[in-house]
Write a protein that binds this ligand. Sequence first.
Ligand code: PLP
Length: 379
Amino acid sequence: MEKLVYFDYAATAPVRPEAVRALTDALERFGNPSSRYEYGRQAALRVKEDRETVARAVGCAPGELFFTSCGTEGDNWAIRRGAELNPRKGKHIVTTAVEHAAVLETCKDLERRGYEVTYLKPDRTGRITVEQLTAALRPDTVLVSMMLVNNETGVVLPVEPCARAVKAADPAVLFHCDAVQGFLKLPGPLARLGADLVTISGHKIGAPKGIGALYVKKGVRLRPLLTGGGQEEGLRSGTEATAQIAALAAAVRAVQGDAGRLERTAAVKEYTLSKLKEAVPRLEVISEGDAPHICAVTLPGYKSEVVVRVLGDRGVCVSSGSACHRGRPSHVFAAMGLPKPWLDGALRLSFSPESTREEASALASALRDAADSLFTTLS
Ligand code: PLP
């Protein structure tokens, strides 16, 4: 495949060679972990070891980690089943207006089913405060869902103090965190956040698409979303995706083996932003991002879809906001109250530890040429 200049790691990351090797090895060992003969026993043993690897990275016990098909499934499971865990308490959910569609659309579906949802509005920088959250709690609140790293701005939400404050105010409220963009992208294990439920997804860290996991804190009696053969301790039926699970564990090991990755990612992001500001004076920064791998910029008055296409024609890959919102203005930037010309021209840039200064320079010159050749609605 032709090598492109890729700045869209928050959409998905290349599958790591270690994950490819683990995947193909596991495909050859085709046993079903539920089978009671040798092939099955071997497959079950591998899944057990892989679960231990991923659980260690999350900072939880292996018995608290359940494999899913993706982050979207983890979010759906946590929110749909979390919301109905305590029906006598009520039907009120608190989340934020900047969540991923996997959370927002699930909440909207629950609204159609009789739940009430409070969507916390961010400030101009994309931030939400502990005070905002605690003020939104009600006696009938059953669930809070707050993401760790926003996928469009790179802002880190205050999940740990929020989880602590929610539990102090009302220990019966369940706390879910969508950590799909935070897993192995911030220092410290996710289980320390103090959430009851945490979603992760493999394809953001170099595993293939189609594998994720949900951390369910010990003692939380979450009912399954998928019923069937009773795999995953009866909580997530479906024959274990042994190859994807092996690849996820291999990707986790490879990422963890790269101790300097967060610093390198942050450094290349900083360099890219300075290059862009120098090359494209019209460019404005929406968010530098607290997380090392994501930031958002805008060319006010330009149409970001057109800019993305022009860059794409030059082999430079960026996103005009979340890849899941093709064609629609970003609900995140809109919730932040950005002026329309800023919304129109918004671009999300996302990085990996392997991103280079040469790629940053290629992005800067491609963006400068795009800005020079395209019309804005402002001039
Ligand atoms: N949550 C966030 C914050 C995301 O960025 C994404 C994917 O972009 C998801 C959830 C959905 O994850 P998946 O693509 O594994 O379903």
